[in-house]
Design a protein. Sequence first.
Length: 336
Amino acid sequence: MTLVTVAIPTYKRDRYLKDALESVLAQTVTDLEIVVSDNASSASTRALVESYGDPRIVYAPLRENIGIHGNLTRCLHLGSAPYVAVLLDDDTMYPDNLEKKLAALEEHPTAGLAHAALDYIDHAGGVTIRNQNWTGSPDPARFEAGREFIELALAYGTRVCTSSALVRRTAVASRCHDERDRAASDLGLWLRMALSWDFVFVNEVLTTVRVHAESASAESGLYEAGDDISKLSLLPTTVTARDAKLRFLAEYETTRRDRRHLRHLIRDRARTELKKIVADETLSERRPVRTLASLYGVSRVESSFWWSPWSAVLLASSVLGRGFFDDFVQMRARRQ
């Protein structure tokens, strides 16, 4: 039996798909199958895939476009191997990616998913930011119980990059990407998986994520211009992540005390991200009216922000300068 299925969802991205395919073919684990799920794009994609002439590569086209969430869900269930990885068509793997994650899952049989650190690359494949992890911690634990993962995901964010995840087939079961979660559908998937499975993190750089104007992030409104990740706008992802978390909480958490605690984590994370958005957008100049307008805008999407202490701090900073805001943030960090 084949050991790993690598499924690649694609749609009209031949120039990036080539890099993705070749990165999988270069894996130190050779007992694998590669399934390209073409979301009804073009004949050129078929020609590219078939040009490799490798029996491990399977071209699986769709007759009609089923959307990104549908294709991601399809990829979770393609192939027959006991482990499955979904590699987005514009991302790549480093050669020892599958080997290291397989070892981690074999070491921890209760873990349903292994993930790792990653590099950000630009449209040409050049590394722009090195050694990033999405766990929210500079020194992440190797093993996380499912319950611990849920609390940290609600307090921080997605924590697992789709292209970085190697999943046990038994942990996938009938799970899917819920389109109601929009750009945070991966977050919703991991949260539901963590109800039954633990997670393991490999603290090495094993994959890359490409940041470019045609990425899924751009379609979700997360990409503004250029290839500099510092220019990503966090407002849309803050809102969709918060909503996905609250939906998970409403559907799967039944203990009232836990629900109250977890809802606080979700709201606090949203406020933390929103105050940074307002600060970055308005505090470069001392213009209180502009800061007030931004406060009103973010409070429309997260009403609890309006009466949080950060509103007063941001207004004061719009008069006293960005230094006041930075000093306040550092003081809060020392107290925690």
